[in-house]
Design a binder for this molecule. Structure first.
Ligand code: NAD
Length: 413
């Protein structure tokens, strides 16, 4: 029954894909093609968990006691709360709500103040699909005023958050008082490693995709592109010519590759990273755009000769600014890639299978794309190591964030 309603919800989202995509573009800014992709991606999580909910069976443990039977069951944890970001205003909601509802938990979602309408539109379709009143609620308004009661309330047993590490830390602390089960998907600062045995053109294509998707406002965005010295010049040159083709503009214009930054603070952070790198000796190459677009628009920018001391090499940018850093050896680049408190995703481009296996083992993060710039989707366990987060979303594991285990011992049989 739960599965049927969830599948009906996913179908309604797909049936209304065009209207939802336009709403996402107008609210969030991303190009319409990316918004359309997000709607399909978002509906996919609901379908995935509709099926996964049918497989939440437990275990029978071979007993260590005579005349007894040992069972482990999975049961819904209770009411869940979700605090979601503005960069994927539909998919970050369905990834959490699909899992919670399939597990049997009602969920209260507090979307980002920048993108409330996408959340409400998805909720409206949930109602139409037959979600019982109250099991999926959306709270729109001041983040602190809305989240504090959710944190305090002992009936809220699980909290799932996607957003900045700074707010994630606050929420983890806030949830401690009532000992909630917390899952966090926080910032990234992805290293993108390009070894000198690769086809430069393919690696540039991958780096462009990993950097400029969602106009760079993506926690998986390649923030530090390390290129082995032998191909550094060729890579930078090819990257610059691809960059020159990118068109900045309104998301509803068909030619647009890069939309406005959703928040002015994100656009300003891009400028700070560019200015800091330039002041410390980086070369700045910018794809020239119309200067009159407004302060939320950032021209796609390539920074070459970036060094580890520059801000962009130390923290997530979250915008269309690509930093390329040279390296000499595998050992050196691994040490530099791992010298971060963030550990969400990494990318490795190499033609050597041995190296791919070694590097993917040693890199400290939750997700690695080997010769692959795009690897997300409902079947994969999405999440990070270190201060990039706690827990996993999507996949077989995602539903467990909303379930408790119960061990039952039947004795005296
Ligand atoms: P944020 O963490 O402030 O916002 C994310 C969500 O948290 C929103 O719903 C917001 O309303 C809510 N929030 C903010 N402060 C809160 C508080 N004190 N209590 C409860 N909820 C609160 O993120 P931001 O400022 O919009 O973006 C800043 C940076 O965060 C970005 O530049 C990026 O580095 C990171 N970010 C990451 C993701 C991701 O996908 N992991 C998404 C958005 C932002």
């Amino acid at each position: 029954m739960r599965g049927e309603i969830l599948r009906a919800w996913a179908s309604l989202i797909r049936d209304n894909s065009e209207e939802l995509a336009v709403l996402v573009t107008v609210e969030q800014g991303k190009p319409l093609a990316e918004a359309r992709y997000e709607i399909g991606y978002g509906a996919g999580f609901i379908d995935w968990f509709a099926a996964e909910g049918e497989r939440t069976y437990g275990e029978t443990i071979p007993s260590h006691k005579p005349a007894s039977l040992l069972h482990v069951r999975k049961q819904p944890i209770g009411v869940a709360a979700a605090i979601t970001p503005w960069n994927f205003p539909v998919a970050m909601i369905t990834r959490k709500a699909g899992a919670a509802l399939a597990a049997g938990c009602p969920i209260i979602v507090k979307p980002a103040p920048e993108t409330p309408l996408s959340a409400l539109a998805v909720a409206r379709l949930g109602e139409e699909a037959g979600l019982p009143p109250g099991v999926f609620q959306v709270l729109v308004g001041d983040p602190i005023a809305l989240s504090e009661p959710l944190l305090r309330d002992t009936r809220v047993r699980a909290l799932s958050f996607t957003g900045s590490t700074q707010v994630g830390r606050l929420l983890l602390g806030g949830a401690a008082e009532t000992v909630k089960k917390v899952s966090l998907e926080l910032g990234g600062h992805a290293p993108f490693l390009v070894f000198d045995d690769v086809d430069v053109e393919k690696a540039v294509k991958g780096a462009m995709a990993a950097k400029f998707a969602t106009s760079g406002q993506d926690c998986l965005a390649a923030n530090r592109i390390y290129v082995q010295r032998g191909i550094y010049g060729a890579f930078a040159e090819a990257f610059a010519s691809e960059l020159a083709r990118l068109k900045v503009g309104h998301g509803l214009e068909p030619a647009t590759d890069i939309g406005p930054m959703t928040k002015l603070s994100v656009a300003n952070k891009c400028r700070v990273h560019i200015d800091d790198a330039a002041a410390k000796g980086a070369q700045v190459i910018t794809a020239k755009q119309d200067d009159n677009l407004g302060p939320n628009f950032v021209s796609p920018t390539l920074l070459t000769d970036v060094t580890d001391g520059m801000l962009i090499a130390r923290e997530e940018t979250f915008g269309p600014v690509a930093a390329i850093l040279p390296f000499d050896s595998e050992e050196e680049v691994l040490a530099r890639a791992n010298a971060s408190e963030m550990g969400l995703a990494a990318y490795v481009y190499t033609d050597s299978l041995r190296r791919a296996l070694r590097v993917s083992e040693k890199i400290e993060c939750g997700m690695v794309g080997v010769n692959s710039a795009s690897f997300t989707g409902p079947p994969i366990p999405f999440g990070g190591w270190k201060q990039s987060g706690l827990g996993r979303e999507g996949a077989r594991q995602g539903i467990d964030e909303y379930m408790e285990l119960k061990y039952v011992c039947f004795g005296d049989l």
